[in-house]
Structures are given as structure tokens and as C-alpha cells.
Ligand binder design. Structure first.
Ligand code: ADE
Length: 250
């Protein structure tokens, strides 16, 4: 897969791309991420990429020409069929969206700065808008990194053990179970004995139950399409957890 990222701060994004799983995937050629600076396509000597908004108001707006010309310059390396603007106005990014994007041959991510982007960029070249959550960032760079990381994990060969991706929180619609490693006893707190006993079926059951417990407590709206076994585990959890006084009252 090829991902082109348009950013006014390529030097800030580049080091983040080099670390960990993503860095190794790029080195192995499993994925290409290229950074393009719209400032290189500005028309004036001062390389201006923004201007005051028509109609007045606070802040600056990113101009059309540098952004659209930067995108046009990619025509020989990117199909430009998926040009995504990172914006708080976009559809919310989820694991499901990451999986959808991982199926593409290429995509282009636009990181906006200032108060936004001239609407004609959206009209003429943008095919999708993505938000990483209901809050406003000062720019799309962090959001682009979130998308690149989450999408790259879904590409074949990027994560060494597919099992790691398979058990990621949200992959099967639940939050992940808690994890433990050595030492088995830490300051009086023992790791659950089932994880140390080597009974694979019992471990799987424990993990599923703890994933259900975490999801039930933290994100109950995610509990959908549960199997008979899940319902049984949830019933066990319900029987274990003493009700608080408040819950008893309602
Ligand atoms: N740019 C500013 N805020 C954003 C958000 N929440 N998601 C994506 N891009 C953004």
C-alpha cells in the first residue's frame, strides 16, 4: 500500500514513522509513506499557504492552490481515488474504518492547519473526511499518524504475529482482556493462576470473560452480537459482582 501525506510539517512526522512496527514495515517495503509539503507549491516568494477568511472572522484558512497542486503532483504515483481530509467534521475513525482503508491500494491524507481548508479543495479533490474523535486539534498531523498506524497494522506481514492483531481491542468488537507478565507476584498482587497453568482452553475462556467484563464496565454500547457462550460468561460476571447501593436503588 502507498500512503501520501500532505503536511506543512514533514520534519515532525518523519521521525514518528521510523519507530517500532511501522518503521520495520516501511524498511521491509510492506508499505510506503511519502510526505509532501504544500508549501513547496506556493506561488509567492514568501511561500504563503494561508490567507484571511472571506467574510471576516478569526484565524486563517489554507488556500486552494498549494494544496490542490501538491495533490496534482502525485498523479504518477498515486491513483488519487482516495483523498482524505483529516478534519473534526469527518466521519469518526474506528477499527472498522481502519480495516476498510487497509484494503485500498493507495490513499492520500491531507493535514490541515489554521482554521480549516478552502471548501473548494474538498469539492474538487477530497473524496472522504475523517475525524479521529470529537475534539479539535491544532492540525491534522497527529490524526494522520493515528490513521497510518492503525491502517498499517492491518496489512499482511506488518505485525509479526497475526494473533496480536486478532486480539487487539476492537478487532472482535470488544475491549481487550488484561495482560500479565513476570513476576507472577508483584508487591503482594498475584497474576491470575489460570494464565500460569498452561491450560489453553481455560486461558481462552478467562480472556473472553475478562474482555466481556471490561467492555461491560467501560463501553457497554459495544456489546452486540453476543454468542451463547458470551451470554453465559456475562451471567457469571453478573452473579460475581455485588451491586452497589446506587444500582440497587434504581
Ligand atoms: N484536525 C483537527 N481536529 C481533528 C480531529 N478531531 N480529527 C482529525 N483531524 C483533525
Amino acid at each position: 500500500m502507498r500512503i501520501d501525506v500532505l503536511t506543512l510539517f514533514p520534519e515532525a512526522l518523519a521521525p514518528m514513522l521510523r519507530i517500532g512496527v511501522l518503521g520495520r514495515a516501511l524498511d521491509a517495503g510492506l508499505l510506503t509513506v511519502a510526505l509532501t509539503n504544500p508549501r513547496d507549491f506556493a506561488h509567492d516568494r514568501r511561500r504563503t499557504v494561508d490567507d484571511t477568511p472571506y467574510g471576516g472572522g478569526a484565524g486563517m484558512v489554507m488556500r486552494c492552490e498549494p494544496l490542490v497542486e501538491a495533490i496534482d503532483s502525485l498523479i504518477n504515483v498515486n491513483s488519487l481515488e482516495h483523498v482524505i481530509l483529516l478534519s473534526p467534521r469527518g466521519r469518526v475513525f474506528t477499527q472498522q474504518v481502519a480495516r476498510e482503508l487497509a484494503g485500498l491500494r493507495d490513499m492520500t491524507l491531507i493535514c490541515a492547519r489554521y482554521e480549516g481548508v478552502d471548501e473548494r479543495v474538498s469539492k474538487q479533490v477530497v473524496t472522504d473526511e475523517i475525524s479521529i474523535g470529537d475534539y479539535v486539534l491544532s492540525g491534522g498531523e497527529v490524526a494522520a499518524l493515528v490513521v497510518v498506524e492503525a491502517v498499517s497494522r492491518m496489512l499482511p506481514g506488518v505485525v509479526g504475529k497475526w494473533e496480536s492483531v486478532d486480539t487487539d481491542s476492537f478487532y472482535h468488537g470488544l475491549l481487550g482482556p488484561p495482560q500479565y507478565t513476570r513476576p507472577s507476584l508483584f508487591r503482594g498482587d498475584a497474576a491470575p493462576s489460570v494464565l500460569l497453568e498452561g491450560n489453553h482452553a481455560a486461558i481462552q475462556r478467562w480472556r473472553r470473560k475478562e474482555a466481556l467484563r471490561a467492555t461491560c464496565a467501560r463501553r457497554p454500547e459495544l456489546l452486540q452480537q453476543l454468542s451463547e457462550e458470551d451470554l453465559k460468561l456475562l451471567a457469571e460476571i453478573g452473579a460475581e459482582t455485588p451491586m452497589t447501593e446506587k444500582e440497587n436503588e434504581s
